[in-house]
Structure formats: C-alpha cells, structure tokens
Design a protein. Structure first.
Length: 343
C-alpha cells in the first residue's frame, strides 16, 4: 500500500555517505541526534551512496562501506523496526527528482555552495559535475519524503537552505492556483554541543572521513588503545584550561576537546568549562579518554557482531527500501504530473 503524505505531518530525513569509516563527528553531529529524534518523529535515514560517487570510489570498498555504515547506524541505536533505513541508490526516485530539480535550481545558487569550493579546491575544472550538483540531489533526498526536519551537522546548513530555495521555486513554478504549496520548507536541526567536531590535529579543520591522517579523527571502529592514543596525541597548547568562554574560543584545540567532552556527557559547554577550568590537559585528557571509550566501545563491539552477517544487513536495507519506495513513488508521480509529464 502506498503512503500518501500531507505537508503538515512531521517527518525526519537524514543521510550519511558510505565514504569510509564513520567518525566521532558523524556520530555527535548526526547519528546521536537521529537516535533521540526517532522516538517522537517518524524518521527516514539513508546511506547515501549516490553522493559518495561524486568523488572517485573503489567499487569493492564502496560495497564494504555501505555495510559498515549501515552496521554503525544500527549499532548506535537507530531502531530499524521504528525508522526506515535504506540505501539511496535502491530507490530510483531520488535521481529522477534530482533531475527535475536540476531544471529548477539556478547555477548562481550552486556557485555559492562552500562545500563544493572546499572539496573541489584548486582543481575545480577537474571536479565532477556530480560534486557540483550534489546539493540538488540532497534537496531531492529530503523533499521526496516531504521531510519537515533534517538533523545534520553545521557543515550541511547551507545545503538545507538550498533545499528550501528549490522547494520554494518549485512551488511557485508548479503549484496550481488555489492549491496549497506542494512542498513545505524543511528545517535544519543542528542539535547538541558538537555540531562541528574538529580534527584532532588541527582545531580549525573539520574532522572528516577523507582526511589523509587517521590520527585526525576517532573512528567508530577504533579500539580502546587507538582512541586512547589519538586523544593523548591530540594537538593542544601548554596552558591550563581557561575560565571564560571568550578565552576558550581563542584556543581552537582546547575548545574542540571540551566540546567533545560536553557532547559525550550530554551537558553544556559552560558546565564542562566550569568543571575543568584551571586544570591542565594531563588531568583532562584521561577523563575524556574514559568517556570516549565508554561511549564508543559498545558501538564498535555491536558493529563487529552485525558485520559478521552482511546478508542480514542486506535484508534490513531491502525492508527499508520497500518502505521508502511506498512514500517516494506517489510523491514523484505527483511531481511529474505537476511538471506536465504524461504518467
Ligand atoms: N566533523 C563533523 N562534526 C559534526 N558533524 C559532522 N558531520 C560530518 N562531519 C562532521 C555530519 O555527519 C553527517 C554525515 O556526513 P557525510 O558523511 O554525509 O558527509 P560529510 O559531511 O562530508 O562528512 P565527512 O566526514 O567530512 O565525509 P567526507 O570526508 O567523505 O567528505 C552530516 O549530517 C554531517 O553534517
């Protein structure tokens, strides 16, 4: 049975790329919030493999990453009985809607996207067209399910704003007179204290799967020893932790580590600062290690169990795919009808 949905139903959509090992930034900036939000709002989560191929991928590694990322999401607490979890490329409606949105979105809007500028770097002429139009596909991912809320890290805020612009433009181009807007505008949900977890080697750079240095990030699959070594070696400065937020803000590495501690212990940054102000890193780091290991060890052990049976992971994704299609198909059919296609 197809699920016809209306614009006033709350619904969450969010995705994660299978581009390598998930890290603490992905966990604190996205997945931890997914786990909390799914309790009250119907949620759809996707392993966005179509986004992953906007930069070159080794096909064998991509397949493994899809399994690993699915396992990480389930091990972190996403409930696949309650929420929909599926692999993006298995629902072809994403690419169809993305094409229609390519014909709504303006080049000027894409030219403003900072993530493309960062990822393409100086080699812009050689970047793929897919990397450039990545935010259009992301708008299609969200709007295909008429999602109202999109929990993401700070880095994705601009892309959600673009999705809102595309939805508005589509509405004014195609909504029929006297009918309510076809798409409601999705809201970004940037939650928690670690909305932008920074590299452990450089507090001004985002923690990222594609950073060449493994020491820059804590992977969800890291052992206790690896977590401990990475935090011990994390870049800091020689001064004790400061007293005020203003002082902390001028010390990016210290701010990052305190933010991570605050997010892992679900407390505010100001309470965390109060707790550690005046203390040295030799006091703070062992407590951060303890907390990180306590949070991440159960996730990595559960991931290892899940990854022993990739057929079961495939089955879970298949069930998610069917549920996702039930929502996506009628939305795309209506979009095609509004655009003037015969279907
Ligand atoms: N450092 C971060 N801090 C907080 N949130 C983060 N996210 C990513 N990095 C951080 C959030 O995780 C979700 C999934 O991200 P993604 O995998 O789709 O892509 P990304 O943002 O490009 O992440 P990476 O790790 O930097 O991947 P690569 O290196 O492959 O580009 C998103 O909600 C994102 O905000």
């Amino acid at each position: 049975m197809k699920n016809e949905i209306t614009n006033n139903q709350k619904r969450i959509f969010s995705g994660i790329q299978p581009t390598g090992n998930l890290h603490l930034g992905n966990y604190l900036g996205a997945i931890k919030n997914w786990v909390n939000l799914q309790r009250d709002i119907p949620s759809i989560f996707s392993i966005v493999d179509l986004h992953a191929i906007t930069v070159p991928q080794d096909p064998m590694k991509l397949r493994d990453s899809i399994h690993e990322v699915t396992a990480a999401i389930i091990a972190s607490g996403v409930d696949v009985k309650k929420s929909i979890l599926f692999n993006q490329s298995s629902v072809k409606e994403h690419t169809e809607l993305a094409w229609i949105f390519n014909c709504v979105c303006r080049i000027g809007w894409l030219n403003r996207m900072t993530q493309f500028k960062e990822k393409a770097g100086k080699n812009r002429e050689k970047a793929t067209v897919g990397l450039y139009s990545y935010p259009v596909l992301m708008a299609a991912d969200i709007l295909l399910y008429k999602a109202t809320h999109v929990p993401v890290g700070e880095d994705q805020k601009q892309h959600i704003e673009l999705a809102r612009d595309i939805a508005s433009a589509f509405n004014s181009m195609f909504t029929k007179e006297n009918e309510e807007d076809f798409f409601s505008l999705p809201e970004p949900q940037i939650l928690g204290t670690a909305t932008r977890v920074m590299s452990l080697r450089d507090g001004t750079k985002k923690m990222s799967k594609s950073d060449a240095s493994d020491a820059s990030r804590i992977n969800l699959t890291d052992t206790k020893e690896q977590i401990s070594n990475k935090i011990k070696k994390a870049k800091t400065d020689p001064n004790p932790l400061p007293e005020t937020m203003d002082e902390l803000k001028s010390r990016p590495e210290a701010l990052n580590l305190l933010n991570i501690y605050a997010a892992l212990s679900s407390q505010t940054i100001s309470i965390t600062l109060e707790q550690f102000s005046g203390k040295g890193f030799s006091h703070f780091k062992p407590l951060l290690i303890e907390l990180a290991v306590e949070t991440l060890s159960p996730i990595s052990s559960e991931m290892r169990v899940l990854l022993k049976d990739t057929k079961e992971i495939d089955k879970i994704l298949k069930i998610g795919e069917e549920k996702a299609k039930n929502i996506a198909e009628p939305v795309l059919k209506k979009v095609k009808n509004l655009v003037g296609f015969i279907n």
